[in-house]
Design a protein. Structure first.
Ligand code: ADP
Length: 253
């Protein structure tokens, strides 16, 4: 039996007359990687920011690990990790100094080297954030979500702009975090990423959830309608060629 760790019921968010989130309901299970997909403007960020206690809702209810968003937002803040925008990393500070600054915000003491080890950045501890590659910056930003040892982390398009090797490396990191017991909620525009990584996916469009299931089930359901790809699918794609030629190892070290 799955344990529900996030429960969203009839959530509505209006911006003036505009209905950005139109009464959505869904549950996230403990220990899963849950994907929120949808075109730009679908309402994904709004929904996540409400759950993260960063934005007010118009109506509906949200509970996170049994804490009610309206009554116990501070309890929710303590058990979630939200990815900080890499633009917020002061370029002149090194990674140890940044971790010390962020852990001060959480009022938590952390073993910075241990944290950097988790994201394979211990060698960069004394490097300034401006000296990191794109993949390293993203790994560091994932490390910042783990500072308060959260039960749930929220990752907003964590692999956007990365090369295929760096993306695969990040997928492994996200799987490891999940395997260590943390629930992960992720948004992405990469369908291959969602298919590979997510246990279940909610597809949002125009403020509503139009489907919620595992990637496999969604694909099987589509195939069952008689859908066929217009073009014969080849046994490999261009990304396979790229990885085959350039290898899987990281290049951003
Ligand atoms: P997504 O993350 O799926 O791209 P958002 O949640 O950011 O979608 O936005 C959903 C809709 O709400 C969009 O049409 C966006 O323009 C609108 N919106 C988001 N934030 C605001 C705001 N602060 N004021 C007015 N409209 C907003």
């Amino acid at each position: 039996m799955e344990k529900v760790i996030i429960s969203v019921k009839d959530l509505v968010k209006n911006y003036g007359n505009f209905e950005a989130v139109r009464s959505i309901s869904f549950d996230v299970f403990e220990g899963e990687i849950f994907g929120l997909l949808g075109p730009n403007g679908a309402g994904k960020s709004t929904t996540l920011e409400i759950i993260e206690t960063l934005r007010s809702k118009t109506s509906g209810s949200v509970s996170v690990d049994g804490f009610d968003l309206d009554k116990q937002p501070d309890e929710i803040k303590k058990i979630i990790g939200v990815q900080l925008q890499t633009s917020g990393f002061y370029p002149g500070l090194n990674l140890l100094e940044l971790i010390s600054m962020f852990s001060g915000l959480y009022n938590k003491k952390v073993d910075a080297i241990e944290l950097l080890k988790k994201v394979n950045l211990e060698d960069k501890a004394k490097n300034k954030s401006k000296e990191l590659s794109g993949g390293q910056k993203q790994r560091f930003s994932i490390a910042t979500t783990l500072i308060n040892n959260p039960k749930i982390i929220f990752l907003d398009e964590p692999t956007t702009g990365l090369d295929p090797q760096a993306r695969r490396n990040l997928w492994n990191l996200i799987r490891e975090i999940r395997n260590n017991g943390t629930t992960v909620i992720i948004t992405t525009h990469y369908m291959d990423e969602a298919e590979q990584l997510c246990d279940r996916i909610a597809i949002m469009d125009k403020g509503q959830i139009i489907q919620l299931a595992s990637p496999d089930k969604m694909i099987d359901d589509l195939v069952a309608t008689g859908f066929e790809r217009p073009k014969q699918v080849k046994a490999a794609n261009l990304e396979d060629v790229f990885i085959h030629l350039t290898g899987r190892e990281m290049r951003d070290e």
